[in-house]
Every structure is written in C-alpha cells, then in structure tokens.
Design a protein around this ligand. Sequence first.
Ligand code: FES
Ligand SMILES: [Fe+2]
Length: 449
Amino acid sequence: MLTAEAQERLTRVGPGTPMGELMRRYWLPVRPLSQLKEEEVMPIRILGEDLVLFITKKGELGLVGERCPHRAVLMKFGIPDEDGLRCCYHGWEFAPDGQCIDTPLESPTNKLKDQVKIAAYPVREMGGLVWAYMGPQPVPLLAPWDLFVMPNAIRQIGISVLECNWLQCHENTGDPAHSVYLHGYMFKHMLEKNGDLEERTKDRQMSTLHSRIDMGRGIESLYAHETQYGMEKGINYSKAMGADKDRQSRHSTVIFPFYTQTGGPGQVRQEFQIRVPIDDVSTYHIAYGCYTAPTAVPAPVQDSIPYYDIPIFDEDGKPLWDFVLAQDAHAWVSQGEIYDRTSEQLGRTDLPIVFMRRQFEEQMRVVEDGGDPKNVFREPDAMPDLIHGGIWDEGNSSVTGAGGAIANFRSAYHKGYGIDDADRYGPAMPVIIDLMQRIDDHSAALSSD
Ligand code: FES
Ligand SMILES: [Fe+2]
C-alpha cells in the first residue's frame, strides 16, 4: 500500500512532476520509423505533451511543438519539405531544430524568420524506432540495448495504445506469479469456453498455458534485487512444497526505467516490452520482437523494420483473451485509469513490485538532487556497442552463434505455435517462420553429426 503522495509521485508524468522529470532523462521510443516514412507527419502525445513528429524530404527527423508560432495553426497539417516542415496556413517552414527557415509570404528583406522558433526536441533512429529526448541539455547518449542492435536478426514492432497509466503495465514486470492464473488457468478457461482447448493444447510442451500452470507448483517465495541496468526477480521453488526440485526461476530481465526483456541468448525469440507513457492515463506499449539466429544461419536483411497494431478486441468489439499480451493488457486496463494504490492489499507475490517502486523513488530523488539516474550514459568510450540488460552477457551465445534452441512455443512458430503470442499478427511472421525452420534444420544437422 502506498501513501497518496507516493502514488502521485510514481504515476504522474507531465512536465515538472517527479516521474515526468525522471522519464525526461531518457531517450524515448515514440514511433516505428517505417510508420513515420509512410505518414511523413504524425501528431504524437508523449509524457503529456502534444507534439508533431515529421520526416523531411531529405530524410531528416524532427519533433516540434503542436502549434505554429505564427498564428497557432496545428503543425500536424504541415507539409514536409526538403529541409523542414511547412505550416499549412502561410507556409512558414521550421527546421528539425525548431528554427524558422522560411516565411514565403513576407518581404524577402524581412528578418522575421530569424527571430522565430518553434519548440523542438532531438530525435534519432535506432532499431527501426524513432527516439526522442525531451529532457534538459546536455543530451545523453542513445543506449544501444541489445535487441535494437543485435546482428543477424529479424525484427518487428507491435504497437498497442492502452487506456491506463504506464506503471500498471510496468508493475506487471515485477509480478512473475501472475502467469499462473492469467496466462494459465484463465487462458485455459477461455479456450474451454470457446471450444478451442483441445486444438490449442495438443502438444503439451509447446502450449503456453500448461507451462504457466506448472509455474504455480511449489512456490516458496519471491525474490528481487538490483542489477547493473535494472532489477532481477523471480520465484524460489521448494521440492517439499510440491516443486520438481528446489530451484530458483529467474523471470524476464528488467531494464530501467521501462523495459522488460523476455528470452535470452540462444533463444530464437526475444522481446522488449516497452511502456512509454503517453500521459497519466494512457500508455504507448511497444512489443519489440527480435528473432536471432546463430551465425551459421544467415537471417535475411530487412530494408525496413515493419510495424503492426496488436488488437486486444476482435472486430465485434469483444475482448481477445487467447494470446499472452492481450491477457496482460486486459488485466492492466481493468485496474482503472490510475489504480488506487492507497487501498491495495499486497501479498507475498508482490515483493518485486515493492522493490521496483522503491527503485523508482530512489531514482526520482537522484534527479531531484541534480544527478544522472540509472542508465543515463554520457561517455562514448564507456559505452559498449551493444548493452545487455541481463546477467547473461558473458559469452552471449546469440551473438557468438551458439544459439538455436528450438525448445518451446516461442521458438517453434514453424510448428504452428506462434498463435499464443501477439507475434501472430506481425508482418514479418513468414520470414520468422522460415528462419526458425532453418535454425531447426541446422540444429538437427549438428546433433546428427
Ligand atoms: S499560422 Fe502557420 S504560417 Fe501562419
Ligand atoms: Fe503477463
């Protein structure tokens, strides 16, 4: 349970709020580049600010305030030009750095344009995403988290706009145990209701829900602790309490401030779930899929990284419950716009959430004291080419090429198992399936040698 003040600090993201200031220390992924190339000019709302993202005819990216400084017409109606974005009303043109560079209907000798600027934020591209930095100068480095820059991989970007506060989505990451019910029993219940259970779970090893239900057996306790880039958490199992053996099960990597990474080296499918606050009551949720292959199995080069919308309702407006991310999304949204943590009743499974909230509070204080919070990088020499969020950096087998385990439903889409994940909607699925098949053949050839 939190005090009302602690809840406010953790959830509000507008300018000047403690969490809003913390978030403004990071490069934020705001849209897929492939989508911006299609649309050229896009209104976006991030951290409670309404902005306009654009790409010039030359291919330069820009992010500016929503209204023209001349007479306040919306820049989302702007015309992309060679060097900037032109307002649709009188054609004033703004460069990506916000400087007005043309006022075509004014006298050629008028120096008005030199004095006019529109608010602008720096933007860059990495891993097929457009990133924006909305914080104070100096601008930090754009951190090359592994999935955005990993070689020999196929990528696709799944987008959902969720009508709830970003922290609800992210607290899910501090909650390994929810899988047992939400992705296990609830999933089973829904498939049973629709008469799909038998078909969807014929292969026990490959079905999501059986492995999730099994996660509930013999839970002794949960653990959480700090790591270099975020936190680690998971479940301690006890044989005496019904588990197969005494063991610790690590649950996805958490990279501060809003990334969850599933999968690991050697696993064909890895994913970042990124929870970017649109404002206090809505979240731009990115499921960034990265499918890596051992070096012996070349992945096709992608000219651009495709994006897709992840639906959580069907065409008739009924909630979809038959894939993992939709199950999560319905749970988060159902908690309410900003759920009231002053009256929650926490149990033992919530221990990593408590840890996570403390970590956010600690990092908000670092910013309030004028420091750089976790994962703000400024020295190019100190920055590796690729940053791994987890403990599994050493000899990372995805990069070195020893991977290729085709061992569970997330690495066997070629056998028909992609259906339990949002990935099933992704435009790159045919090439991913082909890649998984080739990795499988390669692994089979290796083991028969
Ligand atoms: S209102 Fe934008 S150019 Fe006049
Ligand atoms: Fe989940």
